[in-house]
Design a protein around this ligand. Structure first.
Ligand SMILES: [Zn+2]
Length: 196
């Protein structure tokens, strides 16, 4: 079964869970809960800055931050990275105990603390050994309006605000169960094989 990243590299979806045979996005109520949650979260993450750039420059110099191209971690505990800063996350994950926080919403906080303390990957630390993927070759993430329209399809004319929905989900996530944590997994081991 083909796995695809959309919008940002990192989170991977079973292609047939989110797309129809015509490669259209499925109605949201036909998408299983976990991928739906990630999909909704992704919509709010595209065009956000890289976390490490942001820690370097802050809000005052946000124009100097590179846009994130990669997402790791769990919804609401995710790390956003530009390609230049991806080695920092990988080094932290593999060598500095980051993998202990795999699958938890604290994942991002622990990484941010490590970066904020002045740590980074050693010069030349290898990036992911993935087959080089053309970022422009990733399927486009449906835009917020399209997802909004999908949401409304399932609700007789009732307008559902996607941002409000995302907020509600964030509250629910605080009550995440151990079982969900165990089930969720940072997919670092697969290293983005080509889907071709
Ligand atoms: Zn960066």
């Amino acid at each position: 079964m083909a796995k695809v990243s959309i919008g940002l590299r990192g989170w991977r979806f079973e292609e047939d869970e989110i797309f129809t045979d015509d490669e259209e996005l499925k109605p949201l109520d036909e998408i299983p809960e976990d991928p739906r949650e990630r999909l909704l979260r992704l919509v709010s993450l595209v065009e956000e800055p890289c976390d490490v750039c942001y820690l370097d420059y802050g809000e005052a110099e946000i124009h100097r931050c590179r846009e994130a191209e990669i997402v790791y971690g769990e919804p609401d505990g995710e790390v956003l990275l530009c390609p230049e800063h991806e080695p920092d996350l990988l080094y932290w994950f593999r060598e500095e105990g980051g993998s202990d926080h795999k699958g938890t919403v604290e994942f991002a906080d622990r990484f941010h603390e490590w970066v904020a303390a002045g740590n980074e990957a050693p010069e030349g630390y290898a990036s992911v050994e993935h087959v080089e993927e053309d970022p422009d070759g990733l399927p486009d993430l449906p835009d917020q309006q399209e997802v909004q329209e999908r949401l409304e399809e399932g609700f007789e004319g009732e307008r559902i605000d996607i941002l409000e929905l995302a907020g509600e989900r964030a509250d629910e996530d605080e009550a995440v169960t151990d079982e969900e944590v165990v089930e969720s997994d940072l997919d670092l081991s697969t290293d983005y094989p080509s889907d071709r």
